[in-house]
Write a protein that binds this ligand. Structure first.
Ligand code: PEP
Length: 255
């Protein structure tokens, strides 16, 4: 049985106090989320230390949105996996398309980040996905394959078993354009096939989340697909009610 996961990526939104209020709202509504769905929130770095305790107490996982590709040292402005682990952060989003695109994060850097996170028992939520021009040129499978080959497929099997993946077509992120349920399923099944070729049956236990304009109105259909094990939610995770409604759709979708 794969874990069903709904994770909220707050990105660079909310002041600390707005974030605290949002976390309280989500924690208060968490009891509405069916057992068996793991909720995770990824607030900005500045909020993590104060929010980790209350969120973990409420049974909600806490993630960072990024970590450094170095263990420690003279890397001004960076936050290491060890620092995250030291305050109880359990997960870290790595390879989000905004990091790849705006901050020039390469596959090699992302692999370093994944390894460091795992060394510190922080579980990577590793993002992959193609741009619009790549889909239009029908290169989407190869783009995603390369992203997997250059990072996740370089891991030993014991580390691979800990990873969460998120398929996020770049053209669907924050655009209001969602992949259809068929497009999501097709790619998730492909990702699992690539992983199976490398890691065998372990790929059947890997949770693969969908991300890209997921909202209460389309979540159940997306989550209803056999290889979609949950969602990585951006914009809609900034509203506690919507985020919880999406998490509830995980069960409606799976029936
Ligand atoms: C994301 O950036 O991870 C994301 C899925 O964003 P949105 O839900 O806003 O498209």
């Amino acid at each position: 049985m794969r874990k069903k996961i709904v994770a909220g990526n707050w990105k660079m939104n909310t002041t600390y106090f707005e974030g605290e209020a949002l976390a309280k709202d989500i924690a208060g509504k968490h009891k509405e989320v069916p057992a068996g769905v793991q909720l995770i929130v990824a607030p900005p770095f500045t909020h993590l230390c104060c929010l980790t305790g209350p969120l973990r107490e409420a049974g909600i996982g806490i993630a960072a949105q990024n970590c450094a590709n170095h263990e420690s040292g003279a890397y001004t402005g960076e936050v290491s996996a060890a620092m995250l682990a030291s305050i109880g952060v359990q997960y870290c989003i790595i390879g989000h398309s905004e990091r790849r695109e705006y901050y020039g994060e390469t596959d090699a850097m992302l692999l370093e980040k994944v390894k460091l996170a795992l060394q510190h028992n922080v579980i990577p939520i590793f993002c992959i996905g193609e741009r619009l021009n790549e889909r239009e040129a029908e290169q989407h499978f190869e783009v995603v394959n390369q992203q997997l080959q250059k990072a996740i497929c370089q891991l030993p099997a014991t580390d691979f078993a800990k990873i969460i993946l998120a398929y996020e077509p770049v053209w669907a992120i924050g655009t209001g354009k969602t992949a259809t349920a068929e497009q999501a399923q097709e790619m998730h099944a492909y990702i699992r096939k690539v992983l199976r070729e490398k890691f065998g049956a372990a790929a059947d236990s890997t949770s693969i989340l969908y991300g890209g304009s997921c909202k209460p109105s389309n979540a159940a259909e997306l989550f209803g697909q056999p290889d979609v094990d949950g969602g990585l939610i951006g914009g809609a995770s900034l509203n506690g009610g919507d985020f919880i409604a999406i998490a509830k759709a995980m069960i409606t979708g799976k029936g």
